[in-house]
Write a protein that binds this ligand. Structure first.
Ligand SMILES: Nc1ncnc2c1ncn2[C@@H]1O[C@H](COP(=O)(O)OP(=O)(O)OP(=O)(O)O)[C@@H](O)[C@H]1O
Ligand SMILES: [Mg+2]
Length: 309
């Protein structure tokens, strides 16, 4: 599918010259609804306390994406967890993963080698059950290989303890899921703000950062909307803003367009290309959708736990 949104490297000059301030190209092409929030003073402020129930349930949600064997304590990430490194964001070497179910051992990943370089958009494609999610979980330190190495910015994740890996995830990695994973009672603004709160970003930075991230995904006119007041594509774009708010190096997305029609899927891919440019993030995602593969810098095809090309 050819689509204006599907550009590998959007020219930097497109970032604002042809549009009014606060209006992204995406908004200009997709937002036809009313603008009820005309200026920044209409935005909800970070002084508004979150309902306790939301905070508690988000901590549960955050714990759910950490490993099951970890205590659910709040872990304060260090400012700079990783030394400067010019090489790949991810290096995967001969990774195997097996699961024991009853007396059976299922060999799911069978020798994966891959590299993801800074500011690349890398896609994993393959049939259901080929091992995409299993691999993605390992890239994000949610699970560990049975054998083989995964280096994150040159650091061997398997040599790190649970607490350090959890801190790395909170600081350096953003996760995006098929079903958006937003807090239903919070507005778009509050959902993004929550991720800054969870990452211990100083409160003084929240307002600028939340506004910037929602602008980047083309939702500066939807900041007060709750998830049920937004389309699937808009919800996924809030989820992207939430995932990049704490300035991670790596975004991992498991079938982020699977619930969306082709137009909304293309918008999400346009947002991905844009945030690679603007935020210098690196993205690794899984997909079944052949129409979005052309946006990738590199596609790995999986079959039965191996890359076939
Ligand atoms: N914890 C586990 N225990 C046992 N088997 C598992 C476990 N996790 C994954 N598997 C098996 O590994 C295989 C690959 O699963 P995975 O979820 O990685 O596939 P996938 O490529 O992401 O599929 P889909 O496209 O449907 O999401 C499946 O056969 C699955 O049953
Ligand atoms: Mg999967």
């Amino acid at each position: 599918m050819k689509n204006l949104f599907l550009r590998k490297r959007p020219a930097k000059s497109q970032s604002g010259d042809e549009h009014q301030q606060g209006e992204t190209p995406l908004e200009a092409s997709t937002e036809s609804g009313e603008n009820t929030y005309n200026n920044e003073h209409d935005y909800p402020t970070s002084e508004t306390p979150l309902p306790e129930s939301e905070i508690a349930s988000d901590e549960v949600a955050a714990a759910a994406v950490t490993t099951v064997d970890e205590p659910q304590k709040k872990i304060k990430p260090k400012k700079d967890m990783l030394p400067p490194y010019d090489g790949p964001v991810l290096e995967v070497r001969n990774v195997h993963r097996s699961f024991q179910t009853g007396s059976r051992i299922i060999h799911v990943l069978k020798g994966i080698d891959m590299e993801v370089n800074p500011q690349q958009l890398v896609m994993l494609k393959g049939r259901s059950g080929s091992g995409k999610t299993t691999l993605l979980n390992m890239l994000g330190g949610l699970d560990q290989p049975s054998s083989g190495d995964i280096l994150f910015s040159g650091q061997p994740l398997q040599d790190w303890g649970d607490r350090r890996r959890t801190a790395l995830r909170r600081k350096e990695i953003g996760f995006i899921f098929q079903a958006y994973a937003l807090m239903p009672l919070l507005s778009a603004w509050e959902n993004v703000e929550l991720s800054l709160r969870m990452a211990d970003v100083p409160r003084a930075e929240w307002k600028d950062r939340v506004g910037h991230c929602l602008d980047l995904v083309g939702l500066s006119k939807r900041v007060k909307h709750r998830p049920f007041e937004m389309s699937g594509g808009e919800q996924q774009r809030v989820a992207i803003a939430k995932a990049i708010a704490h300035r991670p190096r790596l975004l991992l997305a498991d079938e982020p367009t699977a619930e969306l029609d082709s137009k909304m899927g293309a918008q999400v891919m346009a947002v991905f290309r844009n945030i690679i440019e603007v935020e210098q993030v690196t993205i690794c995602m899984t997909t079944h959708d052949p129409t979005i593969l052309e946006v990738a810098d590199h596609v790995y095809e999986m079959a039965d736990g191996r890359f076939i090309r």
